[in-house]
Design a protein around this ligand. Structure first.
Ligand code: GDP
Ligand code: IMO
Ligand code: MG
Length: 429
C-alpha cells in the first residue's frame, strides 16, 4: 500500500504530523518537491519538544524507515547539513537511512540572494516568499545552462569551473538589475560545496531506480508532499505560489514514478484556512475571529516565524484541490483550535459580478474580488484535546466534521485534536 500525502490549502496543513503517524507502517518516506521553504512539524509525544523538518523527510525520525529526497526537490546543502547536525545532537543519526537523488538541483547562495533582492525590489508588491532561494533555483533548472545538480558534487573539478562562470554571470546580473555592490566569491561558495560533497556524497543515489525496485518488491512507500495545492505553480493562485507543482500533480515528475504507483492520495486540510505570504484569500478573517484562531492554533510559520493569515474553511478551494489531486481521503487537522467560537462558518460558494461561480476561478483579478456565501454551523466550547475517540467529541464538533465530509464527498479518515501523534482520531466511516 503506497500513500501520497498532499496539502489541500496554502501549506502548513499538518502534513508532517500525518507523515510521521503513517511512517509507523512505511518502509520508505519520500520528499518529491519543494525545498527548505517547507517546515514540517513533528511532535512525537504530548508535551514533547517538536522537530521542525525543512528538507529531511519526516520519516527520518523513525528507525526502520529509509528516507528519500527525490529529483523534484531543490536541495540547500547548508540547511540540510544543519538539519542533520541538529538531529544528531538529539540522538537521531542520519547516514545510510537517507538517499538523495543526483538529479535534484542545488540551491546556492546566489539563489537566496536573488530571492531577497527580487522581493526587496518589489516592495509592497512582493510575493512574500520564504527567501530560501526556491524560485531562482527552479528558474535555473528550467534555464538549464545555469542549473547545478546534486550529482555535480561528485565531480568537484567540473563543478568549480561551472561555478566560476555562473557566479560571474549572477554578479553582473545583480549589479545591473539591482545596483548590487557586493559581488559573491565563487571560491567561498565552492568551499561550502566541498563540505556538502563530503557529507552528502555517500548518500547520492539514483532514487528513481531505487523507488521502482522498492515498488516492484512491494515495499510500502509514503510520499510526503510539501506546500499545498493552492501554492502549485500551475494550479494555484499564481503569481502568489511557489515554484514547483506542489499539488499531487508534482508526484510523477518529482519522484519518477507514475501516479498509479500510489494506492491512496491522502489530502490534508485544516478545519479552517491559513495562508502565509501575499495573495488572494477569499475567506480571510482579518478581525477578532482570525486573531482568535491564530492565537489558539499557534499559527506562526515553522520556517520564517511570520504570523499566518487565518480564515474560515473554504469548500470551493478545497473541493478544487481534491479534484486536481484525485484525493481519496482527508485528514482534517486542528479541530481543537475551533473550540470556543460560538459559530463556525464554511464557505459554500463564490459570487462574482452578481453571478455564482461553479469552479475555483483561474484569474487572480476575480479571486481577489469574489464574495463568499457562508453556511453557519453551531460552535463548541469544550476542550477536545484529550478526546481519544471520534464518538466522544461534543455533538457540535462531530456535526461540523460530518457536514464537511458530506459537502466534500470524500471520507474524513483522521481528525486532529492537537499537535502530537496521539492527538489524532482515526475513523473508518
Ligand atoms: P506542515 O507544513 O503541513 O507539515 O504543517 P506545519 O508543521 O508547518 O504546521 C502545522 C502546525 O500545526 C504545527 O505546529 C503542528 O504541530 C500543528 N498541528 C498539527 N495538527 C494539529 C492539530 O490537530 N491541532 C493543533 N492544535 N495543532 C496541530
Ligand atoms: P509547507 O511544506 C506555507 C509560500 C510562501 C510564499 C509562497 C512562495 O511547510 O506546507 P517560496 O519561498 O516557495 O518562493 O514562497 O509560498 N510557502 C509556504 N507557505 N507552507 C509552506 O510549506 C510553504 N512553502 C512556500 O510563504 O507565500
Ligand atoms: Mg509547514
Amino acid at each position: 500500500m503506497n500513500t501520497c500525502v498532499v496539502g489541500l490549502q496554502w501549506g502548513d496543513e499538518g502534513k508532517g504530523k500525518v507523515v510521521d503517524l503513517l511512517g509507523e507502517t512505511a518502509d520508505l518516506v519520500v520528499r518529491y518537491g519543494g525545498g527548505a521553504n517547507a517546515g514540517h512539524t513533528v511532535v512525537r509525544g504530548r508535551g514533547e519538544k517538536s522537530f521542525a523538518l525543512h528538507l529531511l523527510p519526516s520519516g527520518i525520525l523513525r528507525k526502520n524507515v529509509l528516507s528519500v529526497i527525490a529529483n523534484g526537490v531543490v536541495v540547500d546543502g547548508e540547511t540540510l547539513l544543519e538539519e542533520i547536525e541538529g538531529l544528531s545532537q538529539r540522538g537521531i543519526v542520519v547516514g545510510k537511512n537517507l538517499r538523495i537523488s543526483g538529479r535534484a538541483h542545488l540551491v546556492m547562495d546566489y539563489h537566496k540572494k536573488q530571492d531577497r533582492l527580487s522581493e526587496e525590489a518589489l516592495g509592497a508588491g512582493k510575493l512574500g516568499t520564504t527567501v530560501r532561494g526556491i524560485g531562482p533555483c527552479y528558474a535555473d533548472k528550467v534555464t538549464r545552462t545555469t542549473g547545478l545538480r546534486v550529482e555535480d558534487l561528485l565531480d568537484l573539478g567540473g563543478l568549480y569551473e561551472r561555478l566560476k562562470q555562473i557566479v560571474d554571470l549572477k554578479n553582473r546580473y545583480f549589479a545591473a538589475i539591482y545596483g548590487d555592490k557586493e559581488p559573491l566569491e565563487a571560491d567561498e561558495i565552492f568551499s561550502k560545496c566541498r563540505r556538502w560533497a563530503e557529507v552528502l556524497g555517500p548518500m547520492i543515489t539514483d532514487t528513481t531506480a531505487l523507488l521502482h525496485r522498492c515498488w516492484q518488491e512491494g515495499k510500502r512507500i509514503l510520499f510526503e508532499g510539501a506546500q499545498g495545492t493552492l501554492l502549485d505553480l500551475d494550479h494555484g493562485t499564481f503569481p502568489y505560489v511557489t515554484s514547483s507543482n506542489s499539488s499531487g500533480a508534482g508526484l510523477s515528475a518529482g519522484a519518477g514514478v507514475p501516479a498509479k504507483a500510489v494506492d491512496c492520495f491522502l489530502g490534508v486540510a485544516k478545519a479552517y484556512s491559513t495562508r502565509v505570504g501575499s495573495g488572494p484569500f477569499p475567506t480571510e478573517q482579518d478581525n477578532e475571529t482570525g486573531r482568535y484562531i491564530r492565537d489558539k492554533g499557534h499559527e506562526y510559520g515553522t520556517t520564517t516565524g511570520r504570523p499566518r493569515r487565518c480564515g474560515w474553511f473554504d469548500m470551493v478551494s478545497v473541493g478544487y484541490s481534491i479534484k486536481i489531486g484525485g484525493i481519496d481521503e482527508l485528514a482534517l487537522q486542528h479541530l481543537d483550535t475551533l473550540s470556543g467560537l460560538k459559530e463556525l462558518k464554511v464557505c459554500r460558494g463564490y459570487r462574482y459580478d452578481g453571478k455564482k461561480l461553479d469552479f475555483f476561478p483561474a484569474e487572480r483579478r476575480i479571486l481577489e474580488q469574489v464574495e463568499c456565501a457562508y453556511e453557519t454551523l453551531e460552535g463548541f466550547e469544550e476542550d477536545i484535546s484529550r478526546v481519544k475517540d471520534f464518538a466522544a467529541l461534543p455533538e457540535a464538533a462531530r456535526k461540523y466534521v460530518l457536514r464537511l465530509e458530506e459537502l466534500l464527498g470524500i471520507p474524513i479518515t483522521m481528525v486532529g485534536v492537537g499537535p502530537s501523534r496521539e492527538q489524532m482520531l482515526l475513523r473508518r466511516p
